[in-house]
Design a protein around this ligand. Structure first.
Ligand SMILES: [Zn+2]
Ligand SMILES: [Zn+2]
Length: 350
């Protein structure tokens, strides 16, 4: 039996819609999943554009995509953790379980991490097989077309909740799809003030809608001045960095408050210049680098926020497309005028 899948077919831009065999030959510990919805990540855009990072990082051909919700339709005989019919998503980092970091329980920094849809066949397909140890069973009962964005939401949750935000002032640097989730998370956990810094107008408007008290346009305003003004000259308690932008990061070190915290998710192709003495050491700040999601604490935090209805997944998704509309979906993502973009692979027939 065949299925349709978007394949990174060669060392060139684009994704090719191909017929592929359904991967129903399961090894121990694997499950076959019928994909219901899949969302496009920044990583997928890199792959699609075939930029410098992709050229170095991946080896075509493989099926792209890693963010999904789906229904388990077959499990290997040894599998007990999930059952046929379960609605699942996946932690997309497949870890080795045996390296120094895995043995310490720090799976998110496993040195042998394989990423679904980058190092292995992914979920831009009608079916995918996955290691059951990576599957997260849904207990929210939400429509699966919203559930594919739990994995990037995990990135946002990991970035936002590493430091305590309650009654703190928080700056979200870069309000792309993940930063926008950050705005809502900061509000959900009781931050006293939420600032968002973003160049794109569409995203600035979304940030305000999701609860940012002040939205700053770095192309028009002096960001450091604007932040200091909004915080009585004191600076920000917690900076959450999603942009990866050199200037934005360098500015953040100037407006983070003494004793403040900075969580960094955005990756920068450039070298960042920081005054370590004055802006890190003498300020006594804490810096945290965010890699993926803590396995599996972050997923528990995501599930808890959803269960307590602290977050509305539908607020983060601005565009739904059909599975055959990958080109349109990619164009929307690349325009910057979007939050999360979701492809509905199959309407859930509950
Ligand atoms: Zn992703
Ligand atoms: Zn490992």
């Amino acid at each position: 039996m065949d299925m349709l899948a978007y394949v990174k077919a060669g060392r060139e831009p684009g994704l090719v819609l191909e017929h592929r065999p359904i991967p129903d030959q399961l090894l121990p510990g694997e499950a076959l999943i019928e994909i219901l919805a899949t969302s496009i990540c920044g990583t997928d855009v890199h792959l699609y554009k075939w930029d410098a990072w992709s050229q170095k990082r991946v080896k075509p051909p493989f099926i792209a995509g890693h963010e999904f919700s789906g229904r388990v339709i077959k499990v290997a005989p040894d599998v007990t953790r999930v059952k046929v019919g379960d609605i699942v998503s996946a932690e997309t980092h497949i870890v080795c379980g045996t390296c120094e970091f895995c043995q310490r329980g720090e799976y998110h920094v496993c040195e042998n991490t394989k990423i679904i849809g980058v190092d292995t066949d992914g979920c831009f397909a009608q079916y995918a097989k996955m290691p059951v140890s990576n599957l997260i069973v849904d207990h929210s009962g939400l429509d699966p077309k919203y559930l594919s964005i739990q994995e990037p939401l995990g990135n946002a949750v990991h970035t936002m909740l590493h430091f305590d935000l309650k009654d703190r002032s928080v700056a979200i640097v870069g309000a792309g799809p993940i930063g926008l989730m950050g705005v809502a998370i900061a509000r959900a956990v009781g931050a006293k003030q939420v600032l968002a810094i973003e160049i794109n107008e569409y995203r600035r408007n979304l940030a305000a809608k999701l609860g940012a008290d002040l939205v700053i346009n770095p192309l028009k305003e002096d960001v450091i001045q604007a932040v200091l003004q909004a915080t009585n000259g004191r600076g920000i308690d917690v900076v959450c960095e999603f942009s990866g932008n050199k200037t934005a990061i360098e500015q953040a070190f100037k407006y983070v408050k003494a004793g403040g915290k900075m969580s960094m998710l955005g990756i920068s192709p450039q070298t960042i210049e920081i005054d370590i003495s004055n802006d890190v050491v003498f300020k006594g700040i804490h810096l945290y680098g965010v890699v993926g999601r803590e396995m599996f604490r972050t997923w528990e935090q995501v599930a808890d926020l959803l269960k307590r209805k602290k977050l509305d997944l539908s607020a983060f998704i601005t565009h739904f497309y059909r599975f055959d509309q990958m080109e349109e979906a990619m164009a929307t993502m690349m325009s910057g005028n979007s939050g999360k973009v979701v492809l509905v692979v199959k309407e859930d027939a509950k």
